[in-house]
Design a protein around this ligand. Structure first.
Ligand code: TXA
Ligand code: MG
Length: 318
């Protein structure tokens, strides 16, 4: 496997060619790293599933280089979805829309919808631009972790999650530095009259309502499947206890102002919600490396990004 650090123009061109030729490429995004394949290449997408150890019926997000590719993949796009795309792309937001003919069952998990996103990372935008030039319409990219594990937020974490399952002779990992947001994109179901959040992220309810003037009530009956909403997900090897009692040698994560309980190993002291989201997954990974068995985490309070952080922590703790 080889990781490309400080990718230059020619590296990006060759990575685009590799992708278009059916290879898998670990890509940086502002949320988390993805494991990418040509979204129209069934064999390549099948390899994503086997490398991740992911069940077949889970849909993958299609990443596109710009809003112009929206119409290739989706039909009957509601006005509010267009407003969201114009306002927040490139950015940490995935729109679920009615699929076009090119969005095949192997992308959508057999559903009539497709997930689309323009990621905000310069290297990956450049890669997408080159990929589109070659005639590709989009790249499928779930987070670059084994199924159920913590998403990687840097290239080294992709290597340690998936390196042994990738093919050294043709697959690549592109090192684009630390992911700046740190938690996965907000997923918004845009198949009804009102937008509905399926997975919270950096694009908040307030932002969506601010842009569209619309928001559905939470609907637990939604038939749309989202693997990120499985009860148990984003889990490190260590046991995570939310607001739990700290024992000797336990890891401890909380906002900076929270005092470290006696005997605990302070793993992180983020000063803001943004910093909390950015470092969270790397901290969980680091704790596993250090052989820490239990981590007591104090989830942040409040709205916006705090909701996304609490969502991921709750699942990791189950
Ligand atoms: O931030 C992100 O979204 C990252 C980066 C790499 O872009 N990607 C990511 O992908 O988190 P993944 O596959 O780990 O999670 C994508 C979620 C899954 O829970 C999947 O079920 C949901 O998106 N999804 C994708 N297409 C869908 C569809 N057509 N309908 C409903 N859910 C969909
Ligand atoms: Mg994932």
């Amino acid at each position: 496997m080889f990781t490309i650090t400080n990718p230059g123009e020619s590296d990006i061109t060759s990575a685009a060619k590799a992708l278009f030729g059916g290879a898998l490429v670990g890509i940086p995004t502002e949320t988390v790293y993805g494991l990418a394949a040509d979204a129209e290449n069934e064999a390549a997408v099948a390899r994503i599933y086997s490398v991740k150890g992911r069940p077949q019926d889970h849909p993958v997000i299609v990443h596109i280089g710009s809003i112009e590719y929206l119409n290739k993949w989706a039909i009957n796009i509601p006005d509010y979805a267009l407003k969201l795309a114009k306002e927040y792309w490139p950015g940490p937001m995935t729109l679920i829309l009615e699929r076009s003919k090119i969005a095949k069952n192997f992308i959508t998990g057999g559903q009539e919808t497709v997930g689309l996103r323009v990621p905000a990372h310069l290297t990956t935008l450049a890669l997408l631009k080159e990929f589109h030039k070659l005639g590709g319409n989009g790249i499928a990219a779930p987070s670059a972790n084994r199924f159920g594990a913590v998403s990687p937020t840097n290239a080294e974490a992709v290597q340690s999650e998936l390196g042994e399952f990738l093919d050294e002779s043709r697959d690549l990992i592109i090192d684009g530095g630390q992911s700046l947001v740190g938690v996965e994109s907000t997923i918004i179901d845009c198949t009804s009259e009102f937008p509905r959040i399926l997975r919270p992220g950096a694009i908040s309810i307030e932002m969506i309502f601010g842009t569209t003037g619309l928001m559905s009530k939470p609907n637990i009956d939604s038939k749309i499947r989202v693997s990120g909403s499985l009860e148990h997900h984003y889990s490190p090897k260590a046991k995570i206890l939310l607001n739990g009692k700290v024992g000797p040698g336990d890891g401890f994560v909380a906002l900076d102002y929270v005092v470290t309980p006696e005997g605990a190993v302070r793993l992180a002291s983020p000063k803001t919600l943004e910093e909390y989201a950015r470092i969270l997954y790397a901290v969980l990974r680091e704790a596993d490396k250090r052989g820490i068995n239990r981590i007591v985490v104090i989830p942040p309070e409040g709205n916006g990004l705090a909701i996304a952080i609490r969502d991921r922590l709750a699942r990791a703790a189950r």
